[in-house]
Write a protein that binds this ligand. Sequence first.
Ligand SMILES: NC(=O)c1ccc[n+]([C@@H]2O[C@H](COP(=O)([O-])OP(=O)(O)OC[C@H]3O[C@@H](n4cnc5c(N)ncnc54)[C@H](O)[C@@H]3O)[C@@H](O)[C@H]2O)c1
Ligand SMILES: O=C(O)[C@H](O)COP(=O)(O)O
Length: 523
Amino acid sequence: MRVLVSDKIAKEGIDILKSELKVDVRTDLTPDQLREIIKDYDALVVRSQTKVTKDLIECSNLKVIGRAGVGVDNIDVEAATLKGILVVNAPEGNTIAACEHTFALMFAVARKIPQAVSSLKSGRWERNKFTGVQLSGKTLGVIGLGRIGKEVAKRASSLGMNVVGYDPYIARENVENLNIKLTDLDEVLRTSDFITFHVPLTKATRRMIGEEQFKIMKDGVYIINCARGGIIDEKALYDALVSGKVAGCALDVFEKEPPEDNPLLSLDNVIATPHLGASTAEAQIVVAEEVAKDIIRALKGEIVKNPVNMVSVRPEEYSFILPYIRLAEKMGCLYTQLKNGRIQEVEMIYGGRLANMDVKLVTTAGIKGLLSNILQVPANLINAPIIARDRGIKITEKKIKEDEDAPGTVTMRVTTDKEVGTISGCVFEKDSPRITGIDDYKIDLIPEGYVLITNHKDKPGIVGKVGTILGKNDINIASMQLGRKSYRGDALMALSVDEEIPESVLKEIKAIEDLKDAVFVKL
Ligand SMILES: NC(=O)c1ccc[n+]([C@@H]2O[C@H](COP(=O)([O-])OP(=O)(O)OC[C@H]3O[C@@H](n4cnc5c(N)ncnc54)[C@H](O)[C@@H]3O)[C@@H](O)[C@H]2O)c1
Ligand SMILES: O=C(O)[C@H](O)COP(=O)(O)O
C-alpha cells in the first residue's frame, strides 16, 4: 500500500507510516503534478495547503485521505464520501496551540507589539506611539465554543476578562463551569471589546461577519481571527479598520492563502501571521502521529479513531460493538442472497446492552451488507448510507430497552415490495457472532463461508436426501442447523459446507419432493 504525504508533517508521523506502508513525501507538487500521480496511491496525507478537489478525488484510487489537523475545508469531503473514500483528521492535537496563538495575537494587537518591534529595529524609540489597551476588565466575545473556543474562554476568564459566547449548537451545560455568558450573535457583537473566532468554515459561517455585523459592534473593537479566512468579509473588515470602527485586527488566516496583494496587510492597525495557529513542535507531533495511525487502521480495514465522513464509535464501547459491526454486515449480505424484491425500508432493532449504545455504525454495516451483492461499485461504511438514500431506502433504528444486562441482540427487518423479512443475530462470548433467526425460524449459524439454506416440510428423509446429494458430489458438510415453525410444519435448514455448491447440484436439491426452495449463499 502506498501513501503520499503532500504537505509537511512531523517526522514522527512519517516514521509511523513508514513502519507499515510505502511512503512518498512530496511537498513540492503543483496541482497538475499531484493530479498526474495520485492514481498510484492508496492514501493521501495533507495539512491545509493541498487542495483536495473533486477532480483530484475522482481521478484517484484513494481509500483514505488524512488531514494532519482539524479543518477539512480544503478537502471536498462530499466528493470523497460519494466515492467511498474515508476522510480522517486529527482534531485534538492542535487545540492548545491554536488557543495560545489566539492569545499571542490578542496581546500583540492590544499592545501593538509587532509595530513596536519593527519601529525599534529600524532605529526609532517611539514610546508615545505605541500605547496599548489592557485586556483585564474587557469583554471578550468568543464565536464558536468547541475545543479551541472553550480553551480560549477558560484562559480569558483567568486574565480578568468577561466572556460572552455564541454557539447555537452546544448545550448550555457544556459551558456551565466556564464563566461564559452564552448568548446570541448580536449581543456578542454589541457588547464585546475583543471578538475572537473559533468556528469552522462552512456554508453557514462563510462571511458571517460583514458590513451589517460591523455596524452593530462597539466603536474601537479589536478582532482576532485564528480560525479561517472567509468567515469575515475581508472588504468589510478593511473598511471598518480604515474608518476606525475596528481599532485593530489580528489575522492568522486569509480568504486566499498565501494572501496576494491583500489590502488588509497594508494597514498599520492589522497584524498578521502566515497561518501559524497549529505550528508548535508539540502540536505537529501529535497531529502527525494521530493521522498516521488512522491511515494505517483505515488501510487495514480497522475502525479509525477520527473519522470525518463516517459515523464513529464511542471509545469505551468500541470492543463491545466491533463484532456486531461484522455481524450486521453478514446479516445484510445474507438477506440479499436469500430474498428478492425491491428494498423499501430497513429497520435495525437493538436489544440487550446494545440498546444503550450508539449503534449507528452497526446500522451502517448492515446497510453495507445489504448493498454488497447488488452494486457494480461496492458499498462501504462511508458511502452505504448515501447509496441507500439515493435508492430511496428508508433506514430506521429502534432500541428495546428491556433486559439491559442481556447480551446485545440485533434484528434487521427488511420491507421490500414483495414481503417483510427478518434476520436476527447475537454475539456469544467475546467475539463469536451468530445468526440466531431467519424470519420465524430460530437457528444458530456461524455467519461464515458457504451455506446452503433450504425451506422444506418437517418430515423424515428430507435432510438425508440433501446430505446424500451433497456427499455424492464430494461436498463436505461442516455443520447443520434446523429450525421449524411446528411439528411436521414448515422448516428451515442451514447447512454450512466446505465447498462451493455448483448450480447443477443445487438444481438436484431443489427437485427433492417437499423441499420448497434451496439457496446457496456465501458469507
Ligand atoms: N489557525 C490555525 O492554524 C487553526 C488551528 C486549529 C483550528 N483552526 C480552525 O479553528 C476551527 C475550530 O476548531 P475546533 O477544534 O475548536 O473545532 P470544533 O469543531 O471543536 O468547534 C467548532 C465550534 O463551532 C461551532 N459552530 C459551528 N458553526 C457555527 C455557527 N454558524 N455559529 C456559531 N458557532 C458555530 C460548533 O458548534 C463548534 O462548537 C477549525 O475548524 C479550524 O478551521 C485553525
Ligand atoms: O485546521 C487546522 O488544523 C489548522 O488550520 C492548521 O492548519 P495547518 O495544518 O495547515 O497548519
